[in-house]
Design a protein around this ligand. Structure first.
Ligand code: AMP
Ligand code: GLY
Length: 415
């Protein structure tokens, strides 16, 4: 089995797929066992799982399928859901999926005029891929105007920003539901919540995600069922109506507003760091699930442990604005030996000339704890993270804090 990608999500995929199969990760990184430098198109395997959005948008799944390989991951046609927010929003409107009102712009004057008609907060997004950093949510009209100008001029994110989407601002907790699709139908994985801002109490800029936990006390099974019926199923139907057979993950990024759930965005891949807390909770085979979806017919419903998982991302100083790399990472082995540690997933790591693991990207590690409650999983994750260090290492101290206080979904529902 081949996993394509090099981050914490791919380490988590390899960790869980590795329960039932031999896994090779390309290109992986020196912190992920089984990493090889051979490109996916030159490897042979029963199943290929493409992790990140960029190769999916670039058509890697199509290339592998053209070689006769069994592939989990949408083709370039379906990956447009993440590759173009404007295309995604148009499809959501067609499919009748509840989402924020929006406008799509390439012209500065038209965009600024539309912005003036919006209420607070202002939400401005790049149309194209921006590694989770192309969204600005602000109460300042000056910052919103500046963002529109710099996106459309290509200054901030190059061509990804030359088309921008301006959206109605919504409020409420967020929820990630990862749905595994076989082209016709989808099954939900256990919900997760991630923490997008870099600082405690949701301060500072958006990142790829600073931590996550699962299960989510505010997401009982009825809510997941509603999202699958009213959001995911119509999306798959709308894709099919466009001739797109979507075999991969539909990651529904939702906001639970006072008026009910709304779709913020779709991603076409497993969430990172959501994968690190959702996938290890599977008690059924991930290999079987992804192979069945890739072959066009999910037969077995996934099942999940009642354990909770919490992951805390250790990032480099300055992330997401800048990244300092090459610092030796201390303490991973000690962290791994602590009770309740699922794994220290390696996202942005490299090896130096002495073979020591060093920092190589903004998000370096996802330190993941498991326990019978969110509070215990959280304690395990933070105890492990405290063993780890390098100069300038940054982590949030409030991952899953309020969920740990709230308890399990069942306890939440009975209150
Ligand atoms: P996205 O990449 O579209 O999920 O946006 C990244 C983050 O920006 C989301 O997780 C939200 O926290 C925030 N965001 C995006 N769209 C909106 C919106 N319409 N209203 C409020 N916050 C938003
Ligand atoms: N954790 C957010 C994402 O994977 O896009």
């Amino acid at each position: 089995m081949v996993v394509v990608g090099s981050g914490g999500r791919e380490h988590a995929l390899a960790h869980v797929l590795g329960r039932d199969a031999e896994v090779v990760v390309t290109p992986g990184n020196p912190g992920i066992p089984g990493s090889v430098s051979t490109p996916a198109t030159e490897l042979d395997a029963d199943l290929f799982v493409v992790g990140p959005e960029a190769p999916l948008v670039a058509g890697l799944a199509d290339d592998l399928r053209a070689q006769g390989k069994l592939v989990f991951g949408p083709g370039a046609d379906g990956a447009r859901l993440e590759g173009s927010k404007a295309w995604m929003k148009a499809l959501l409107v067609d499919a009748g999926v509840p989402t924020a009102a929006h406008g799509t712009f390439t012209d500065v004057d038209a965009a600024l005029a539309f912005l003036d008609t919006m209420a607070l907060p202002y939400v401005v997004k790049t149309d194209g891929l921006a590694a989770g950093k192309g969204v600005v949510v602000t109460d300042s009209i000056d910052e919103a105007r500046h963002t529109v100008r710099s996106y459309l001029a290509g200054d901030a994110f190059g061509d990804a920003g030359r088309t921008c989407v301006i959206e109605e601002g919504m409020t409420g907790p967020e929820l990630s539901i990862l749905a595994v699709c076989d082209g016709t139908r989808a099954v939900a994985l256990a919900p997760a919540q991630d923490f997008k801002r870099v600082g405690d109490d949701d301060s500072g800029p958006n990142t790829g995600g600073m931590g996550a936990y699962s299960p989510v006390p505010i997401a009982p099974p009825e809510l997941v069922a509603e999202v699958m019926d009213r959001f995911v199923a119509p999306t798959i139907a709308a894709l099919r109506a466009r001739g797109i057979e979507y075999r991969g993950v539909l990651y529904a990024g939702l906001m639970l507003t006072p008026d009910g759930p709304r779709m913020l965005e779709y991603n076409v891949r497993f969430g990172d760091p959501e994968s690190q807390v959702v996938l290890p909770r599977l008690t059924s085979s991930l290999v079987d699930l992804l192979a069945q979806a890739a072959a066009g017919a999910i037969v077995d419903e996934p099942t999940f442990s009642e354990d909770a998982l919490v992951t805390v991302v250790c990032a480099t100083e300055g992330y997401p604005l800048s990244t300092r790399v090459g610092d030796v990472i201390e303490g991973i082995d000690r962290a791994r030996r602590l009770p309740g540690v699922e794994e220290v997933f390696c996202a942005g790591t490299d090896a130096d000339a002495n073979g020591s693991l060093v920092t190589a990207g903004g998000r370096v590690l996802a330190v993941t704890g498991r326990g019978p409650s969110i509070a215990e999983a959280r304690r395990a994750a933070y105890d492990a993270a405290r063993c780890i260090s390098w100069p300038g290492m940054h982590l949030r101290s409030d991952i899953a804090r309020s969920a740990a206080e709230l308890g399990s979904p069942d306890e939440g529902a009975s209150r």
